[in-house]
Design a protein around this ligand. Structure first.
Ligand SMILES: CC(C)(COP(=O)(O)OP(=O)(O)OC[C@H]1O[C@@H](n2cnc3c(N)ncnc32)[C@H](O)[C@@H]1OP(=O)(O)O)[C@@H](O)C(=O)NCCC(=O)NCCS
Length: 172
């Protein structure tokens, strides 16, 4: 397994992953605004490069790096996103890191792996404490946050009345 920074060269399986994100209602995971259904793959990849470099950011957005988790056959099994800093909005809901594992690849430990490896990248960026926000009924993600050292700060209600937990992971 390896975690690679997104590039203009798509890994095998990326199109399928994006289609899945666009059709399963998990498209907005971590509020990332995945443009899977509307953009060409090339412009989507370019938008990832831009977000990484802080170019053409939407108002109130901060730079964000996308990573791909590849298996030993270089096939994509998951994606994560690392926001380089928190805004007031992200501090409340969104946090530093979001992750997604292909449906067909779940329950194999990849969720745990993708967060563990993304935290290594967060530390490299100088983030001392990483915030994760997880819906309170997302049992797999709660396991993942806690297995990676997440300390529960509190539980809040979002504007739609959905309960979510805020976990901090110390990287110091
Ligand atoms: C959350 C998600 C990344 C988990 O991916 P995964 O590869 O299945 O996770 P893992 O295989 O590493 O499993 C993580 C833990 O959850 C548990 N788990 C996984 N699926 C589960 C389920 N359906 N019910 C209960 N527990 C489950 C596993 O047993 C494991 O627990 P353990 O480490 O204590 O043994 C995946 O379901 C997903 O992409 N969901 C949609 C996006 C999302 O919710 N992202 C997180 C938002 S904060």
């Amino acid at each position: 397994m390896k975690l690679v920074k997104a590039s203009l060269e798509p890994p095998s399986g990326l199109k399928m992953l994006l289609e899945q994100l666009g059709t399963t209602g998990e498209n907005g995971f971590m509020g990332t605004g995945q443009p899977a259904n509307t953009d060409t793959l090339a412009s989507y990849l370019q938008s990832l490069m831009d977000m990484d470099n802080g170019a053409n950011l939407r108002p109130e957005w901060v730079p964000m790096t996308t990573y791909w988790l590849l298996d030993n056959e270089e096939q994509i099994v998951g994606v994560s996103r690392l926001r380089h800093q928190l805004t007031l909005a992200l501090l409340n809901d969104g946090g530093h890191i979001g992750y997604y594992v292909l449906r067909s690849q779940r329950r194999k430990g990849y969720g745990n792996t993708i967060l563990r490896l993304t935290l290594v990248e967060a530390r490299k960026l100088g983030i001392q404490r990483a915030l994760l926000t997880v819906e309170s009924d997302n049992i797999p993600s709660i396991h993942i946050a806690e297995a990676n050292g997440g300390q529960l700060e509190d539980e809040r209600l979002d504007e739609d009345g959905v309960l979510y937990r805020r976990y901090w992971i110390d990287l110091g």
